[in-house]
Ligand binder design. Structure first.
Ligand code: TYM
Length: 391
């Protein structure tokens, strides 16, 4: 996500503001996030062991991102699993705001979405909100947004989604499919609600004020395509939740199922703990980065280690406050390796240099492979484009 400075959407109505020292909105994520507090504030549910067991009984495994608590919160995830069990197959819906190149944080929910698609054989709608990013950005021209839209599509395809079951919607290109539903949604939402949910103010441009129903529209598109109520599950980081709160609020009244969500945490940036962000490129690893750049970013990353090697040996490090640790845990280590790394670090038997080296190695080979798939994606872009007739 690109977060622009001096946002007019900074709000204390969402999580954050005075009482909490963090902020999470679709456009801004700041501070050290207390995810349990977010569950309370956003009114979502935590993922219980029963839910994980249900997933296991249906798919044969629990994905590490679920097991390790990276996906930590949901709305109606259990309901949608029951629907699937009873033969009402769900669609997946996720997206990207193409304001820059894609970094590894963005890939996390998409990789999880691919896992869900593979396991449940689901159809997937993938929205690119080029309109949102143009309207929100202070300095991106339409041309730049078009450029990032094309680049981001290659990343999306490179994740490995099923080409027969995945369709990409670009808002400005496919608006005719979204607009009729968006107007139905928009008509049910007052400005006062939009202000409370999104923190809009008098200085917000009116394009942004009118935008949310466009991101809500793909929640109902499957029902329109299939001509019956279709359950939809949205995997995304929790920053997108305000959109879904608004959408769920109008779903019943429009005769659709409420969309279900499964929310992830954020992959931290490699600076001080905080969300990885494209607006601080030195702290994010992009899918377009060269190996030398990845090496440099990894080796200069902030860690939870002590100031000197002898202090580290004496006192041990703080893996839970270390972005390198989390990066390795979520992306490259197995659970066992990660648990061992934690013990070694805490006891002063592991130096930061080693972890940073492991990150450099893992991230370089991951991105090299990813780039190959990205290049191949060039040939199949049109196949992935949305066409209502063939979903
Ligand atoms: P965008 O482009 O900000 O983010 C794309 C997806 O990546 C997630 N994300 C992250 N996940 C983990 N760690 C991070 N550091 C990180 N940064 C971003 C976001 O939650 C999102 O899932 N308005 C949306 C585009 C959109 C969308 C959707 C997203 C349209 N329809 C449906 C999710 C689901 C946006 O700008 O996402």
């Amino acid at each position: 996500m690109d977060r622009e400075p001096n946002s007019s959407f900074a709000t204390t109505d969402n999580a954050g503001g005075h009482e909490d020292e963090f902020k999470v909105t679709p456009w801004e994520v700041e501070g050290e996030i207390d995810y349990n507090r977010l569950i309370e504030k956003f009114g979502t549910q935590s993922i219980t062991t029963e839910i994980m067991e249900k997933v296991k009984s249906m798919t044969g495994e629990i994905h590490p991102m679920l097991k390790l608590g990276y996906f930590f919160s949901h709305r109606d995830f259990d309901w949608i699993l029951d629907k699937q069990k009873s033969g009402e197959n769900f669609y997946l819906y996720t997206g990207r705001g193409p304001s820059g190149m894609v970094h590894m944080g963005h890939l996390m929910p998409w990789m999880f979405t691919k896992y869900l698609q593979d396991k449940f054989n689901s159809k997937l709608l993938f929205q690119l909100t080029d309109d949102e990013k143009f309207l929100y950005s202070h300095d991106r021209s339409r041309k730049e947004i078009e450029h990032y839209t094309r680049e981001n599509i290659l990343d999306i395809i490179a994740v490995g989604f099923n080409p027969d079951k995945t369709r990409i919607i670009i808002d400005t290109r496919h608006i005719q499919h979204l607009y009729p539903i968006a107007t139905e949604i928009a008509k049910k939402i007052t400005f006062s609600t939009a202000k409370a949910v999104f923190g809009f103010s008098n200085s917000t441009n009116i394009g942004m004020i009118g935008f949310p129903p466009i991101q809500a529209a793909p929640c109902f598109l499957p029902s329109i395509i299939e001509g019956r109520q279709v359950p939809v599950l949205i995997p995304a980081a929790i920053d997108q939740d305000p959109y879904w709160r608004m959408t769920r609020d109008v779903a019943d009244r429009l005769g659709y199922y409420k969309p279900a969500q499964i929310h992830s945490k954020f992959l931290p940036g490699l600076g001080m703990l905080g969300k990885m962000s494209s607006s601080k490129p030195e702290t994010a690893i992009f899918t377009s980065d060269e190996p030398e750049t990845i090496e440099k970013k990894s080796l200069t990353a902030f860690t939870g280690g002590q100031a000197t090697i002898s202090l580290q040996k004496q006192l041990g490090g703080n893996p839970l406050g270390c972005p390198v640790f989390w990066y390795l845990r979520y992306f490259f280590d197995t659970e066992k390796q990660s648990d061992e790394r934690m013990v070694l670090c805490k006891s002063g038997n592991l130096m930061c240099g080693e972890c940073k080296g492991d990150l450099a190695k893992g991230a370089k080979s991951f991105i090299v492979e990813f780039k190959k798939r990205r290049q191949k994606a060039e040939n199949v872009v049109e196949k992935f484009m949305f066409d209502a007739k063939e979903m």
